[in-house]
Design a protein around this ligand. Sequence first.
Ligand code: APR
Length: 248
Amino acid sequence: MQISAELLRRFAGAKRVLVLTGAGVSAESGVPTFRGAGNTIWKGMPFDVISSGRMIERDLPAVWEWFDYRRNVLDNILPNPAHYEIARWQERFDELSLVTQNVDGLHQKAGSRNVVELHGNIWRARCIKCGCSRDYSSEQRPDACHACGDLLRPDVVLFGELLPAGAFEFAAERAAGCDLCFVIGTSALVYPAAGIPEIAKAGGAFLCEVNPERTPLSGICDEVLIGKAGEVLPLFGSLNHQSTKSQT
Ligand code: APR
């Protein structure tokens, strides 16, 4: 795997960079991807059934059981070199927009700020009635809404549900105005998130994909870096840039 001279030049000169991440960026931390082996069935149910908005109405306790399981898996998991490299980029570029489909909170753990979470966060619960949400990363999951006492649900976007208001619009605006866009560790199958790189490309950005496998997006990318995010991204950190934020 080699980074082209063109991408190195773009990286050195970029001012506004957008990074879209998916489950693959957390794979080397030990978080199973969605469409990878071993994570497709939960207690006889396909993950897109147990993780669906319809299941909230049909069997909320089962949804919580699934999310409690996933949270336990994540509890002792740490960010990997890919998360840390992306976190460093916020000091390197004038504007770094980090948009993730992940709900694991590992970007924040690595030091990234203002992460646009398109699919919510597994460490938050939301009231099904009044909609107020609560972070419970450092406490036991509460049983009921502290404001109105009604039932809570995971504050994540499930299959068949809409994205949080404004999140996609914000990401799309940043995508349209960026000059370099990285798409890291996503199968690029789930819309509208998968449309973000297309918006960046249409706006004139240089589009680079980092993934061990090609995806439906690879064809429109200017560069496809075939490899693991935790191995590929640190290569950028070791580059000596002429045009970094700290030097301007
Ligand atoms: N580095 C980079 N990419 C990797 C790595 C790695 N070490 N390991 C796996 N990948 C890639 C896979 O090749 C695949 O293309 O990560 C991608 C993971 O794809 P999915 O499991 O489909 O995850 P994602 O694209 O994030 O899914 C999108 O679907 O189920 C919903 O809401 C869920 O946010 C999720 C959305």
